[in-house]
Design a protein around this ligand. Structure first.
Ligand code: HEM
Length: 125
């Protein structure tokens, strides 16, 4: 049964599902492993999952406590390519489609595509 509405708890399901896929994908896993390690149960990962859940809550519902500057974090990552973003989006879409009904999945896809596009533009990719 796919979720027909967005709430804080199913966003966390999404974020965890996404990162489980990321850690298995050699084309982008190293960006995360070198910053956070490979154990999603660690405190570093728990913090990251909470930050990303707050982020998606804010992006999709306009609510919540996320106040960070997402782009700045990515300026620090060496070796990001257009293909890295393509892999990121591919995995994110797989997660979104497996968790949410069609209309909600579409919202996440539109937002993530737009943000990834802005990141690439700002990174000169
Ligand atoms: C190839 C693509 C990407 C890679 C490799 C990547 C990797 C990372 C890494 C390593 C961090 C920092 C983790 C830490 O040390 O805490 C991070 C933070 C973050 N990323 Fe990405 N990312 C990518 C694309 C995206 C996209 C497309 C979005 C949004 C749609 C996004 C949203 C965020 C957010 C919200 C944070 C947390 C910023 C904060 O601390 O406030 N990322 N990302």
């Amino acid at each position: 049964m796919k979720y027909k509405e967005i709430n804080r708890s199913n966003i966390e399901v999404l974020v965890k599902d996404f990162y489980s896929r990321v850690l298995l994908d050699k084309s982008i896993s190293d960006f995360f492993i070198s910053n956070l390690g490979s154990d999603m149960k660690s405190d570093l990962w728990k913090n990251h999952i909470k930050t990303l859940s707050d982020f998606w809550y804010k992006i999709t519902l306009g609510e919540g406590s996320y106040r960070g500057n997402p782009f700045a974090e990515h300026l620090k990552l060496e070796g990001l390519k257009v293909q890295s973003f393509q892999s990121w989006l591919f995995l994110f879409f797989l997660s979104v489609d497996s968790i949410y009904s069609k209309d909600i999945a579409l919202l996440f896809k539109e937002k993530s595509t737009m943000i990834a596009g802005n990141f690439m533009k700002n990174l000169g990719l």
